[in-house]
Write a protein that binds this ligand. Structure first.
Ligand code: PEP
Ligand code: MN
Length: 364
């Protein structure tokens, strides 16, 4: 059920409706919009009796949401969700594209800093890098754990990049919530419902990757799990699905972008690195992702891909990332969207300052 408030409804009236919903034993999710606030009701087994709520001051109407996902749905919130970060001008879901770049995994302080400096300079606003790596083989590199998270948070301080990193279980989720700016839930965990609920109780935005064989509805229902616990800051991520095709690691399903945008108000970014698994396909598919209307890109970049401990074959060299950024900037402009100019972002300015202070200290 959804309670639609009148455009002129006061905050007190919204609060009173939420209180009433909770007193009936349900959960109320107020969703402020440009025109009006809607209040999603969850936790009801069957139909909520609309009578009492419909009569309350400030209420315009009480409607049934027929889709299985309620809070994720555009029926509940017609305007796009724009995710913001405290103390930062960066947004996800607005006119600026979110560019998230970095290695698959944090391997060392040197490796992470070298790559961060380059992606900041190229115009990225977010640094990615796993401290906990879900690997197909238990014998492969599993990530640096909390030491990796410490390195990531130093990168934020040094380069002004916001940090996106994966949580693989409840324990790592609490740590990622402390150290990072965005909690990544990986494709393999898209239907780990207890982890999704835990992410729903965390404070930071969640980047939710599509499962390797998830339908659109399953993908949106996973986001609903996070939102149903009260965390409305969800960024969806298309990262390719498994098909019969073997010329790529996965098949990047770009058609899911407009499909999501039709059904949901949540932002969606695209990961052409895992989506293709091949370095030479990352730039073309990044261009296509921006053209199709994605809200951002998440790209693996490595300074020495041949030696990378994970996903080297799909990682761009920093120079390739520079030229990818130049290309997507032009495509974004056609759609009236912006990609930060190289060297102009807060991250780039901090990267310049960091280089200058390194030069000074090496002279001293
Ligand atoms: C990753 O981003 O490094 C990763 C493991 O992604 P996915 O969950 O999409 O495979
Ligand atoms: Mn990877």
């Amino acid at each position: 059920m959804l309670v639609v408030m009148r455009a002129q409804a006061t905050e007190d009236q919204v609060r009173a409706v939420c209180k009433k919903v909770e007193s009936l034993g349900y959960r109320a999710h107020p969703m402020p919009g440009a025109q009006r606030t809607a209040i999603g009701i969850t936790g009801n087994k069957g139909e909520v009796e609309p009578g009492t709520l419909g009569e309350m001051p400030g209420v315009q109407e009480v409607i049934r949401v027929s889709k299985p996902y309620k809070l994720v749905s555009r029926d509940t919130k017609p305007d796009n969700t724009v995710i913001t970060f405290p103390g930062s001008p960066v947004t996800v879901g607005g006119p600026d594209l979110a560019i998230i770049a970095g290695p698959c995994g944090v391997e060392s302080r040197d490796q992470a800093f070298t790559i961060a400096e380059r992606v900041a300079r190229a115009g990225a606003q977010f640094f990615r890098g796993g401290a906990y790596k879900p690997r197909t083989s238990p014998y492969s590199f599993q990530g640096m754990g909390e030491d990796g998270l410490r390195i990531l948070s130093e990168i934020r301080d040094r380069y002004g990049l916001l940090i996106v990193t994966e949580a693989v279980d409840n324990e790592s989720l609490d740590l990622v919530d402390q150290y990072a700016d965005v909690i990544q839930i990986g494709a393999r965990n898209m239907q780990n419902f207890s982890l999704l609920k835990r992410a729903g109780r965390a404070r930071k935005p969640v980047l939710l990757k599509r499962g390797i064989s998830a339908t659109l509805e399953e993908f949106l229902m996973a986001a609903e799990y996070v939102m149903s616990e009260g965390n409305y800051k969800v960024i969806l991520c298309e990262r390719g699905v498994r098909t019969f095709a073997d010329h790529t690691r996965n098949t990047l399903d770009l058609s899911v972008v407009p499909a999501v945008q039709r059904l949901s108000h949540l932002p969606i970014v695209v990961d052409p690195s895992h989506g293709t698994g091949k370095r030479n396909k990352v730039t073309p598919l990044s261009r296509a992702a921006v053209a199709v209307g994605a809200d951002g890109l998440i790209i693996e970049v490595h300074n020495d891909p041949d030696q990378a401990l994970s996903d080297g074959v799909q990682s761009l060299y920093p120079d390739q990332f520079d030229s990818l950024m130049q290309q997507v900037r032009q495509i974004a402009a056609v759609l009236g969207r912006n990609v930060a100019e190289a060297g102009t972002s807060a991250a780039a300015a901090m990267s310049r300052m960091a280089r200058a202070s390194e030069r000074l200290s090496s002279r001293a």
